[in-house]
Write a protein that binds this ligand. Structure first.
Ligand code: HEM
Length: 486
């Protein structure tokens, strides 16, 4: 334990040295290979919410990790989310392989005010106006998208009634959640026909059988695509890009539009493949198992968060109150953010305080924006921040769930926000009704705690602190007592 702690302290010092040393510091150069190894290890850990929470507990609001500076003060997070960002090829803490990313890779493009060449603005205009347009909104409200949700609710009911393990519903690629998300998002966002078996097969093959994140992420990509193996990704990726090119959304693109910098349909389809890889096919699949209580919340140091039974809260919500359902979704996302962090590149030198000492960093330093840690900030959410309370104050106005601070944004707020909110609320209502219906028929919802097969002791739920205070079960009182602010 003591050894680990010393190593952690040393790793922190090396990270700081690596980030702010002068060019002539021989000592820093000699230690570079060790620092690089530490950086790579830490980058792989940044997807773990408790890992970064622990770093903040240990080193304070500012710390160095994974090759960058983490500044968790809320004022700093806000500044980094509302001011334009200079970006590089990174997802969360992981470096991407630039040569594998499309030319128009929206996530890595810098905004004009930070030295960008206008490509981000052009990409964002296409995404906002051609992809997430009125037709997309209409599809999210029509009978086809409703039927997709109903069909998934039916599958959920069969699993609940038969008391089988939920694993197949959440993990298999031939039925359940993956198929549902693929059909729903591709239909609503691009207008693709969900009953076109051949197209859906190509899409599922790329995103679920191959997992294209492995094609883009540095080092893993080099291993995955070594020799002739890269060809299988390329083939699957180009096949899906071709399907996108002919989709109702992309086929309507005017390739000569100046505001889009003459973006072609081929360029846009490749951009959308990368968007689906890192956002569309990933974020909903990450958050839905949390919302439906299949996956436990992360266990934060010193807090028994993984024993919180979110399904009990879900079961107590008035499903006719969409606002409350939305808040339940935001509270789950607050405690377990599907996109834990993002980044920006410092455009000027800056100073940050570490353990009472001011440290100066040069222009070009990697600044991580800790979306997850911001969502747990005690200065905003109070001392019960590690507890579940979907009716808490400031929940939505300070949420970083969609890469903004509530409604405050630098324009990079997730363009899939409205589609995702609608999908998740509709899903919670439809599946919640299945649960209510079954319990009216004498089915006891507490027995469906057979979630993930790695859940510990699933039949004996521990109480949340809110339950102990008798607040959650008493749902009518709670709704009346607290104001809705979403
Ligand atoms: C629960 C669902 C979702 C959550 C929580 C979410 C969250 C986020 C976050 C935090 C970012 C910033 C990422 C970064 O800067 O590295 C982002 C960006 C983005 N998201 Fe989402 N997202 C969701 C769903 C979607 C969907 C369904 C789509 C599209 C089909 C989408 C498309 C995008 C795009 C294109 C960006 C890049 C925006 C830019 O840089 O201008 N997202 N999203």
């Amino acid at each position: 334990m003591c050894c680990c702690s010393c190593f952690e302290g040393l790793a922190h010092k090396l990270q700081l040295l690596n980030l702010n040393h002068s060019w002539y510091n021989i000592f820093a150069w000699i230690l570079k290979p060790i620092t690089l190894l530490i950086t790579f290890y830490q980058q792989t850990q940044t997807i773990s919410e408790p890992y970064l929470d622990h770093k903040r507990n240990r080193f304070g609001k500012n710390f160095a990790c994974a090759g960058g500076v983490w500044m968790c003060d809320m004022a700093e997070v806000k500044k980094n989310l509302v001011e334009p960002q200079a970006r590089t090829f990174k997802i969360g803490g992981m470096d991407l392989r630039k040569s594998k990313c499309p030319k128009k890779f929206i996530l890595a493009l810098s905004q004009s005010d930070t030295g960008g060449n206008g490509d981000w603005e052009a990409c964002r205009a296409v995404v906002n106006e051609v992809i997430f347009d009125e037709a997309c909104k209409k599809r999210g409200e029509d009978e086809i998208s409703k039927k997709l949700i109903d069909d998934f609710a039916k599958e959920y009911k069969v699993v609940l009634k038969s008391k089988r393990k939920m694993d197949k519903l959440f993990q298999s690629s031939d039925s359940g959640l993956k198929k549902f998300v693929a059909k729903y998002i591709h239909y609503v966002v691009l207008g693709l026909d969900p009953s076109n078996v051949e197209q859906m097969k190509a899409i599922e093959h790329l995103y679920f059988e191959l997992d294209p994140t492995l094609y883009y992420v540095n080092i893993i990509s080099q291993i995955e695509t070594a020799g002739t193996r890269g060809a299988k990704y390329k083939k699957a990726l180009l096949k899906v890009a071709k399907i996108y090119e002919e989709s109702p959304a992309i086929s309507a693109l005017n390739e000569k539009e100046e505001r889009y910098k003459g973006m072609t349909k081929v360029e846009l389809s490749l951009l959308i493949v990368s968007m689906m890889t890192f956002a569309g096919m990933l974020a909903p699949r990450t958050i839905i198992p949390i919302l439906l209580g299949y996956k436990r919340l992360p266990n934060y140091e010193g807090h028994d968060t993984s024993s919180i039974q979110v399904k009990k809260v879900w079961d107590s919500i008035d499903l006719n109150n969409r606002d409350e359902v939305l808040k339940y979704m935001y509270e789950c996302g607050r405690l377990c953010h599907p996109v834990q962090n993002t980044h920006k590149i410092a455009q000027t030198s800056f100073t940050a305080e570490f353990n009472g000492k001011n440290v100066k960093f040069p222009k070009g330093t990697m600044i991580y924006i800790p979306l997850q840690l911001a969502n747990l900030d005690e200065s905003i959410y109070g001392s019960n921040t590690y507890e579940f309370d979907h009716l808490r104050e400031n929940l939505c106005p300070y949420s970083t769930l969609f890469h903004s601070l509530g409604n405050q944004t630098n324009g990079r707020v997730c363009p899939g926000k409205e589609v995702s909110e609608k999908l998740l609320v509709d899903l919670l209502i439809a599946l919640g009704k299945v649960r209510h219906g079954l319990s009216e028929q004498g089915y006891d919802a507490k027995y469906d705690l057979h979630g993930s097969s790695n859940d510990a002791n699933p039949q004996q739920p521990t109480k949340t602190t809110k339950e102990e205070k008798n607040e959650v079960t008493n749902d009518n009182n709670v709704v009346e007592k607290k104001e809705i602010d979403c």
